[in-house]
Design a protein around this ligand. Structure first.
Ligand code: PYC
Length: 315
Protein backbone atom coordinates (compact mmCIF):
# COMPACT_ATOMS: atom_id res chain seq x y z
CA UNK A 1 0.00 0.00 0.00
CA UNK A 2 2.99 2.27 0.44
CA UNK A 3 3.35 4.93 -2.24
CA UNK A 4 5.52 7.97 -2.57
CA UNK A 5 4.06 11.08 -0.89
CA UNK A 6 4.66 13.06 -4.09
CA UNK A 7 3.31 11.98 -7.44
CA UNK A 8 4.68 13.62 -10.58
CA UNK A 9 2.18 14.48 -13.31
CA UNK A 10 1.97 16.18 -16.68
CA UNK A 11 -1.44 17.63 -17.52
CA UNK A 12 -2.56 17.84 -21.13
CA UNK A 13 -5.79 18.50 -22.95
CA UNK A 14 -6.88 16.82 -26.16
CA UNK A 15 -9.36 18.94 -28.13
CA UNK A 16 -10.46 20.38 -24.76
CA UNK A 17 -10.64 17.13 -22.73
CA UNK A 18 -8.05 16.88 -19.93
CA UNK A 19 -5.68 14.01 -19.18
CA UNK A 20 -3.47 13.99 -16.06
CA UNK A 21 -0.53 11.67 -16.72
CA UNK A 22 1.30 10.11 -13.74
CA UNK A 23 4.89 9.46 -14.81
CA UNK A 24 6.72 9.06 -11.46
CA UNK A 25 5.88 8.37 -7.83
CA UNK A 26 2.83 6.24 -8.60
CA UNK A 27 1.93 2.94 -6.92
CA UNK A 28 3.83 -0.29 -7.63
CA UNK A 29 1.32 -2.35 -9.61
CA UNK A 30 3.63 -5.32 -10.25
CA UNK A 31 4.80 -6.67 -13.58
CA UNK A 32 1.70 -8.37 -14.98
CA UNK A 33 -0.29 -7.39 -18.07
CA UNK A 34 -1.99 -3.99 -18.02
CA UNK A 35 -5.29 -5.80 -17.29
CA UNK A 36 -3.65 -7.49 -14.26
CA UNK A 37 -2.10 -4.24 -13.10
CA UNK A 38 -5.48 -2.49 -13.46
CA UNK A 39 -6.93 -5.09 -11.07
CA UNK A 40 -4.13 -4.36 -8.56
CA UNK A 41 -4.73 -0.60 -8.92
CA UNK A 42 -8.45 -1.07 -8.29
CA UNK A 43 -8.05 -3.43 -5.34
CA UNK A 44 -5.12 -1.85 -3.48
CA UNK A 45 -4.62 1.72 -4.65
CA UNK A 46 -8.00 3.11 -5.56
CA UNK A 47 -7.29 5.98 -3.13
CA UNK A 48 -4.53 7.11 -5.51
CA UNK A 49 -7.07 7.24 -8.36
CA UNK A 50 -9.39 9.43 -6.30
CA UNK A 51 -6.48 11.57 -5.01
CA UNK A 52 -5.37 12.32 -8.58
CA UNK A 53 -8.64 12.89 -10.47
CA UNK A 54 -11.34 13.76 -7.94
CA UNK A 55 -11.90 17.15 -6.29
CA UNK A 56 -10.22 19.10 -4.76
CA UNK A 57 -7.19 18.41 -7.04
CA UNK A 58 -9.14 17.18 -10.03
CA UNK A 59 -12.72 17.34 -11.24
CA UNK A 60 -15.39 15.08 -12.71
CA UNK A 61 -14.02 15.87 -16.17
CA UNK A 62 -10.44 14.83 -15.45
CA UNK A 63 -9.19 11.56 -16.94
CA UNK A 64 -6.07 10.11 -15.34
CA UNK A 65 -3.39 7.97 -16.95
CA UNK A 66 -0.54 6.13 -15.28
CA UNK A 67 2.48 5.36 -17.42
CA UNK A 68 4.10 1.99 -16.58
CA UNK A 69 6.93 -0.25 -17.73
CA UNK A 70 5.62 -2.33 -20.66
CA UNK A 71 5.54 -6.13 -20.50
CA UNK A 72 7.13 -6.24 -23.96
CA UNK A 73 10.19 -3.99 -23.83
CA UNK A 74 9.87 -3.24 -27.54
CA UNK A 75 6.72 -1.22 -26.68
CA UNK A 76 7.17 2.37 -25.52
CA UNK A 77 5.11 2.04 -22.31
CA UNK A 78 2.07 0.56 -20.65
CA UNK A 79 -0.82 2.81 -19.66
CA UNK A 80 -3.94 2.51 -17.52
CA UNK A 81 -6.72 5.12 -17.74
CA UNK A 82 -9.10 6.11 -14.96
CA UNK A 83 -11.61 8.79 -14.05
CA UNK A 84 -13.86 9.97 -11.21
CA UNK A 85 -15.99 6.81 -11.48
CA UNK A 86 -13.37 4.08 -11.95
CA UNK A 87 -11.20 2.63 -14.72
CA UNK A 88 -11.40 2.73 -18.54
CA UNK A 89 -10.37 -0.10 -20.89
CA UNK A 90 -9.02 2.36 -23.43
CA UNK A 91 -9.22 6.09 -23.91
CA UNK A 92 -8.61 7.74 -27.27
CA UNK A 93 -8.19 11.33 -26.13
CA UNK A 94 -6.17 10.03 -23.17
CA UNK A 95 -3.82 8.13 -25.50
CA UNK A 96 -3.23 11.29 -27.54
CA UNK A 97 -2.64 13.27 -24.32
CA UNK A 98 -0.31 10.60 -22.92
CA UNK A 99 1.71 10.57 -26.14
CA UNK A 100 2.18 14.35 -25.97
CA UNK A 101 3.13 14.08 -22.26
CA UNK A 102 5.72 11.35 -23.07
CA UNK A 103 7.12 13.53 -25.86
CA UNK A 104 7.28 16.51 -23.49
CA UNK A 105 9.24 14.33 -21.01
CA UNK A 106 11.64 13.25 -23.77
CA UNK A 107 10.57 9.60 -23.38
CA UNK A 108 9.46 9.33 -27.00
CA UNK A 109 10.20 11.38 -30.09
CA UNK A 110 8.25 11.97 -33.28
CA UNK A 111 7.54 8.69 -35.06
CA UNK A 112 5.68 5.43 -34.44
CA UNK A 113 5.41 3.76 -31.03
CA UNK A 114 3.24 1.15 -29.32
CA UNK A 115 1.45 1.43 -25.98
CA UNK A 116 0.07 -1.50 -23.96
CA UNK A 117 -3.43 -0.90 -22.54
CA UNK A 118 -5.73 -3.19 -20.54
CA UNK A 119 -7.68 -4.00 -23.74
CA UNK A 120 -4.74 -4.51 -26.10
CA UNK A 121 -1.79 -2.85 -27.78
CA UNK A 122 -2.39 0.42 -29.64
CA UNK A 123 0.02 2.09 -32.05
CA UNK A 124 0.60 5.81 -32.00
CA UNK A 125 2.23 8.08 -34.53
CA UNK A 126 3.46 11.35 -33.11
CA UNK A 127 4.32 14.25 -35.40
CA UNK A 128 6.79 17.05 -34.69
CA UNK A 129 4.00 19.24 -33.31
CA UNK A 130 0.83 18.53 -31.35
CA UNK A 131 -0.80 15.90 -33.59
CA UNK A 132 -1.02 12.23 -32.68
CA UNK A 133 -2.60 9.40 -34.66
CA UNK A 134 -3.86 6.37 -32.75
CA UNK A 135 -4.36 2.96 -34.33
CA UNK A 136 -7.00 1.76 -31.93
CA UNK A 137 -8.01 -1.75 -30.92
CA UNK A 138 -10.45 -3.67 -33.12
CA UNK A 139 -13.88 -2.06 -32.98
CA UNK A 140 -17.23 -3.63 -33.75
CA UNK A 141 -20.96 -3.09 -33.72
CA UNK A 142 -22.69 -5.84 -31.80
CA UNK A 143 -26.34 -4.74 -31.97
CA UNK A 144 -28.16 -2.59 -34.52
CA UNK A 145 -31.37 -0.60 -33.97
CA UNK A 146 -32.04 -1.70 -30.40
CA UNK A 147 -35.03 0.01 -28.79
CA UNK A 148 -35.22 0.72 -25.10
CA UNK A 149 -38.05 2.30 -23.17
CA UNK A 150 -36.61 5.25 -21.24
CA UNK A 151 -38.73 6.50 -18.31
CA UNK A 152 -39.72 10.15 -18.84
CA UNK A 153 -38.61 10.05 -22.50
CA UNK A 154 -40.20 7.05 -24.26
CA UNK A 155 -38.68 4.71 -26.84
CA UNK A 156 -35.08 5.40 -27.83
CA UNK A 157 -33.35 3.44 -30.60
CA UNK A 158 -29.60 3.05 -31.05
CA UNK A 159 -26.70 0.75 -31.85
CA UNK A 160 -24.37 -0.98 -29.40
CA UNK A 161 -20.69 -0.87 -30.39
CA UNK A 162 -17.24 -1.44 -28.88
CA UNK A 163 -14.47 1.07 -29.57
CA UNK A 164 -12.31 0.21 -26.54
CA UNK A 165 -15.29 1.00 -24.26
CA UNK A 166 -18.97 0.13 -24.73
CA UNK A 167 -21.19 2.73 -26.42
CA UNK A 168 -24.88 3.19 -27.21
CA UNK A 169 -24.99 5.34 -30.34
CA UNK A 170 -28.18 7.32 -30.96
CA UNK A 171 -28.82 9.07 -34.27
CA UNK A 172 -32.57 9.62 -34.06
CA UNK A 173 -33.62 11.97 -31.27
CA UNK A 174 -35.12 15.42 -30.78
CA UNK A 175 -32.10 16.91 -29.00
CA UNK A 176 -29.93 19.74 -30.28
CA UNK A 177 -26.19 18.89 -30.11
CA UNK A 178 -25.05 22.29 -28.88
CA UNK A 179 -22.86 23.33 -25.96
CA UNK A 180 -25.68 25.49 -24.56
CA UNK A 181 -27.72 22.29 -24.24
CA UNK A 182 -25.33 20.09 -22.24
CA UNK A 183 -27.47 19.88 -19.10
CA UNK A 184 -30.40 18.56 -21.13
CA UNK A 185 -28.15 16.22 -23.11
CA UNK A 186 -26.63 14.92 -19.87
CA UNK A 187 -30.04 14.25 -18.36
CA UNK A 188 -31.25 12.50 -21.55
CA UNK A 189 -28.12 10.35 -21.82
CA UNK A 190 -28.07 9.40 -18.14
CA UNK A 191 -31.68 8.21 -18.36
CA UNK A 192 -30.82 6.14 -21.43
CA UNK A 193 -27.84 4.59 -19.66
CA UNK A 194 -29.96 3.61 -16.66
CA UNK A 195 -32.71 2.23 -18.93
CA UNK A 196 -30.20 0.08 -20.85
CA UNK A 197 -28.88 -1.38 -17.59
CA UNK A 198 -32.42 -1.99 -16.30
CA UNK A 199 -33.34 -3.75 -19.56
CA UNK A 200 -30.23 -5.95 -19.38
CA UNK A 201 -28.84 -4.58 -22.65
CA UNK A 202 -25.06 -4.91 -22.52
CA UNK A 203 -21.94 -5.59 -24.52
CA UNK A 204 -21.34 -9.07 -25.94
CA UNK A 205 -18.77 -9.73 -23.17
CA UNK A 206 -21.33 -8.82 -20.49
CA UNK A 207 -19.79 -5.37 -20.06
CA UNK A 208 -22.02 -2.48 -19.03
CA UNK A 209 -22.78 0.08 -21.72
CA UNK A 210 -21.39 3.02 -19.79
CA UNK A 211 -20.89 5.58 -22.57
CA UNK A 212 -23.88 7.16 -24.34
CA UNK A 213 -23.27 8.97 -27.64
CA UNK A 214 -25.70 11.24 -29.48
CA UNK A 215 -25.12 12.47 -33.03
CA UNK A 216 -26.28 15.49 -34.98
CA UNK A 217 -25.17 17.59 -37.91
CA UNK A 218 -22.20 19.96 -37.71
CA UNK A 219 -22.67 23.59 -38.78
CA UNK A 220 -19.13 23.63 -40.20
CA UNK A 221 -18.27 22.77 -43.76
CA UNK A 222 -16.05 19.75 -44.30
CA UNK A 223 -17.15 18.17 -41.00
CA UNK A 224 -19.24 14.98 -41.17
CA UNK A 225 -21.10 15.26 -37.88
CA UNK A 226 -21.08 16.45 -34.29
CA UNK A 227 -21.42 14.33 -31.17
CA UNK A 228 -22.16 14.48 -27.46
CA UNK A 229 -20.67 11.71 -25.32
CA UNK A 230 -21.64 11.06 -21.72
CA UNK A 231 -18.87 9.28 -19.78
CA UNK A 232 -19.36 6.76 -16.93
CA UNK A 233 -18.93 9.35 -14.14
CA UNK A 234 -21.68 11.60 -15.66
CA UNK A 235 -19.23 14.14 -17.10
CA UNK A 236 -19.47 14.80 -20.84
CA UNK A 237 -16.43 14.37 -23.05
CA UNK A 238 -15.14 17.76 -24.21
CA UNK A 239 -13.33 16.03 -27.10
CA UNK A 240 -15.10 14.05 -29.85
CA UNK A 241 -14.11 10.93 -27.81
CA UNK A 242 -11.57 8.61 -29.40
CA UNK A 243 -13.24 5.34 -28.43
CA UNK A 244 -16.67 6.84 -29.24
CA UNK A 245 -15.45 7.92 -32.68
CA UNK A 246 -14.01 4.40 -33.14
CA UNK A 247 -17.42 2.90 -32.27
CA UNK A 248 -19.03 5.28 -34.81
CA UNK A 249 -16.50 4.28 -37.49
CA UNK A 250 -17.26 0.59 -36.80
CA UNK A 251 -20.98 1.27 -37.40
CA UNK A 252 -20.31 3.26 -40.59
CA UNK A 253 -18.02 0.52 -41.92
CA UNK A 254 -20.54 -2.20 -41.01
CA UNK A 255 -23.23 -0.28 -42.94
CA UNK A 256 -20.94 0.09 -45.97
CA UNK A 257 -20.97 3.89 -45.52
CA UNK A 258 -17.22 4.32 -44.94
CA UNK A 259 -14.68 2.68 -47.20
CA UNK A 260 -11.16 1.81 -46.15
CA UNK A 261 -8.99 4.93 -45.93
CA UNK A 262 -11.86 7.44 -46.40
CA UNK A 263 -11.75 10.23 -43.79
CA UNK A 264 -14.59 10.87 -41.32
CA UNK A 265 -14.33 14.21 -39.48
CA UNK A 266 -16.06 14.03 -36.10
CA UNK A 267 -16.70 17.29 -34.25
CA UNK A 268 -17.13 17.18 -30.47
CA UNK A 269 -19.53 19.25 -28.40
CA UNK A 270 -17.00 22.06 -27.70
CA UNK A 271 -15.83 22.23 -31.32
CA UNK A 272 -12.66 20.08 -31.43
CA UNK A 273 -12.37 17.64 -34.34
CA UNK A 274 -10.96 14.12 -34.63
CA UNK A 275 -10.18 12.70 -38.05
CA UNK A 276 -11.04 9.03 -38.32
CA UNK A 277 -10.65 6.26 -40.85
CA UNK A 278 -10.68 2.48 -40.85
CA UNK A 279 -8.48 -0.35 -42.06
CA UNK A 280 -10.05 -3.75 -42.58
CA UNK A 281 -7.66 -6.59 -41.73
CA UNK A 282 -8.90 -10.22 -41.84
CA UNK A 283 -12.46 -8.88 -41.68
CA UNK A 284 -11.69 -6.86 -38.53
CA UNK A 285 -12.43 -3.13 -38.36
CA UNK A 286 -9.36 -1.26 -37.11
CA UNK A 287 -10.07 2.45 -36.51
CA UNK A 288 -7.44 5.16 -36.79
CA UNK A 289 -8.06 8.44 -34.95
CA UNK A 290 -6.04 11.61 -35.14
CA UNK A 291 -6.21 14.76 -33.00
CA UNK A 292 -4.10 17.29 -31.16
CA UNK A 293 -3.10 17.67 -27.51
CA UNK A 294 -1.14 20.28 -25.57
CA UNK A 295 0.70 20.24 -22.26
CA UNK A 296 -0.90 22.75 -19.89
CA UNK A 297 0.73 21.93 -16.54
CA UNK A 298 3.67 20.05 -15.05
CA UNK A 299 3.11 19.43 -11.36
CA UNK A 300 3.78 17.43 -8.21
CA UNK A 301 0.80 16.03 -6.36
CA UNK A 302 1.45 16.32 -2.62
CA UNK A 303 -0.15 13.73 -0.32
CA UNK A 304 -0.23 15.38 3.10
CA UNK A 305 -1.36 12.86 5.77
CA UNK A 306 -2.91 15.73 7.81
CA UNK A 307 -5.18 16.74 4.92
CA UNK A 308 -8.70 15.33 5.57
CA UNK A 309 -9.34 15.33 1.80
CA UNK A 310 -5.89 14.02 0.81
CA UNK A 311 -7.49 11.17 -1.19
CA UNK A 312 -10.16 13.35 -2.78
CA UNK A 313 -13.83 13.93 -2.14
CA UNK A 314 -15.66 10.68 -2.72
CA UNK A 315 -19.30 10.61 -3.77
O1 PYC B 1 -11.45 9.64 -25.89
O2 PYC B 1 -11.90 7.50 -25.73
C1 PYC B 1 -11.94 8.64 -25.30
C2 PYC B 1 -12.61 8.89 -24.00
C3 PYC B 1 -13.26 7.96 -23.23
C4 PYC B 1 -13.73 8.66 -22.11
C5 PYC B 1 -13.35 9.98 -22.23
N1 PYC B 1 -12.66 10.10 -23.40
Amino acid sequence: MKTSSRIEVVDTHTEGEPTRVIHAGGPDLGSGSMADRLAVFRERYDHIRTAVVCEPRGSDVMVGAIVLEPVDRSNAAGVIFFNNAGYLGMCGHGTIGTAIALKHLGRIGPGEHRLETPVGVVSITVDAGARVTVDNVESRRTLKNVSVNVPGIGGVTGDVAWGGNWFFLIHEHQESIELANVERLTDFSWRVRKALAAAGIMGDDGGEIDHIELFGPSRRSGIDGKNFVLCPGKAYDRSPCGTGTSAKLACLAADGKLGEGAIWRQEGIVGGVFEGSVRIVDGKILPRISGTAYVNAVASIVLDPDDPFVYGIKA
